[in-house]
Design a protein around this ligand. Structure first.
Ligand SMILES: Cc1ncc(COP(=O)(O)O)c(C=O)c1O
Length: 448
């Protein structure tokens, strides 16, 4: 089999037994039973890390540190020194913002896009409109447009980048349109600016928000040549609470810490006059970290491979071969793309419905039914057993750019465990809701 054995995959989860049609996966995915049980399996050796000489502490520390290796391998990062952990994508992006804060010079600019989730817009708005002005520095925030299909306008992006562009912040995939900017082109555009960074490089730094890209694509941070890349594990089968920031090692070395405190300092090297930072990546691990969450999140990646291939990486700490990661993500990508194409075809057969975004997309479809509130649609879907999300999905800028009033849509989104039946049930439920509406409006038209 070179696709997915979906029934086998589903047998690892509890939600099917509850009869749920889980089609809100772009918000968060479901946790497989093994990961929930892993918390309990870790309990006998429960201890803090880097803070004890007991066998339990050494064992937990080894597992915690090995988690960074798994994540580095998943991203094809050179080593764990480039991997830092936060609560989620949002906190990871804020960490970049705060650690670069002092480097911005009066007259610099940050270039981002109208496709961004608020996590990759509001921190830069805060930096440029709130924080730096109070420090007497003017830094402009420029936003690149998208086209009629929700694809990033690369020419417009290029026109915004100049020699004062310190940073380009771009989504890897829009959580509203599902469109995926060509990151190689975005890198070229960021390079062309030629900004003189304090590290000696002459180009804009590139930060990619991969929250919607990571769940269905193999990410290769070296091939992408990104400076920063963030994603959240709760969209990749792990329980809530852990996000990753990959950053190039020399940038982390050079950067100010994001948070100050215990464990991020070199052991014993704190005096009344000076403080020395710990080695990477621990320089970015201030205070007791989310130890169990980190271990379980890294194991989620190993389990993901086992769910798709006949392997047994889960529970171990050995190297994760690149070919396995690529194969697994290619299969997940194909399966979820098929479901998404089926969903779009089904929805588009309805003349009272508009879908947003291009053909080639991540596994989500946002839509509106003419004359109906997307919130009412999501609630009506829920009454029919189909889980959806209504709102702006934190892609407020894009909803506003489309002139949607209220700035909202209803969204269905798929993961590796979804079936063709899930899609058909969702499409049928939408058809009923839209049909009910059109019958009423046709009647009103006849009467009127
Ligand atoms: C594109 C994108 N960026 C960032 C986020 C924020 O992720 P988190 O809530 O885990 O910080 C999301 C979550 O929906 C997202 O879709």
């Amino acid at each position: 089999m070179n696709g997915l054995d979906v029934p086998r995959i589903r047998s690892h989860f509890d939600f099917p037994a509850a009869g749920r049609v889980v089609t809100n996966n772009a918000a968060s995915t479901q946790p497989p039973r093994e990961l929930v049980e892993l918390f309990r399996r870790l309990a006998p050796w429960y201890e803090n890390v880097h803070r004890g000489q007991s066998a339990a502490s050494r064992r937990t520390t080894a597992m915690f540190e090995a988690s960074y290796d798994t994540i580095a391998a998943w991203l094809n990062a050179p080593s764990r020194r480039s991997v830092t952990m936060f609560r989620n994508t949002t906190e990871a992006i804020n960490a970049v913002m705060y650690s670069l804060l002092t480097e911005f010079r009066d007259g610099d600019n940050v270039v981002s896009t109208l496709l961004e989730h608020n996590s990759n817009y509001v921190p830069w708005h805060g930096l440029c409109r709130e924080i730096l002005p109070r420090l007497g520095r003017r830094v402009e925030l420029r936003l690149a447009r998208f086209d009629a299909d929700g694809r990033l306008d690369l020419d417009h992006l290029a026109s915004l980048v100049d020699e004062r562009t310190k940073l380009v912040c771009c989504t890897g995939a829009s959580n509203f349109f599902g469109s995926k900017p060509d990151l190689a082109k975005v890198r070229e555009i960021a390079d062309a600016g030629g900004y003189p960074q304090p590290t000696g490089e002459r180009r804009a730094l590139l930060l990619v928000d991969a929250a919607q890209l990571a769940p269905t694509s193999a990410l290769d941070v070296r091939a992408l040549d990104v400076d920063y890349l963030a994603f959240s594990f709760h969209k990749m089968l792990a329980p809530f609470g852990v996000g990753v920031l990959y950053a190039k090692e020399h940038l982390l070395d050079h950067a100010m810490p994001f948070l100050y405190g215990g464990d991020m300092i070199a052991e014993g090297r704190v005096t009344a006059e000076s403080v020395a930072w710990n080695d990477l990546p621990w320089k970015f691990t201030a205070g007791t970290p989310n130890i169990l969450g980190t271990i379980v999140s890294a194991q989620a990646l190993r389990l993901l491979v086992d769910l798709v291939l006949p392997t047994s990486f889960f529970g171990g700490a050995g190297p994760l071969p690149r070919v396995a990661v690529e194969e697994v993500m290619a299969r997940i990508g194909r399966h979820t793309a098929d479901l998404t194409a089926r969903c779009m075809a089904g929805l588009r057969s309805n003349s009272h419905l508009v879908t947003y975004g291009p053909e080639r997309r991540t596994p989500l479809v946002a839509f509106n039914i003419e004359g109906l509130s997307p919130f009412a649609v999501a609630e009506a879907l829920d009454r029919r057993g189909v889980e959806a999300r209504a709102g702006c999905h934190c892609a407020t800028l894009a909803h506003q750019a489309l002139g949607l009033d209220p700035p909202a849509s209803c969204r269905l989104s798929f993961a590796l465990y979804n079936t063709v039946e899930d899609v058909d049930r969702a499409v049928e439920a939408v058809r009923e809701i839209a049909g009910g509406y059109s019958a009423i409006s046709d009647l009103a038209r006849l009467r009127g």
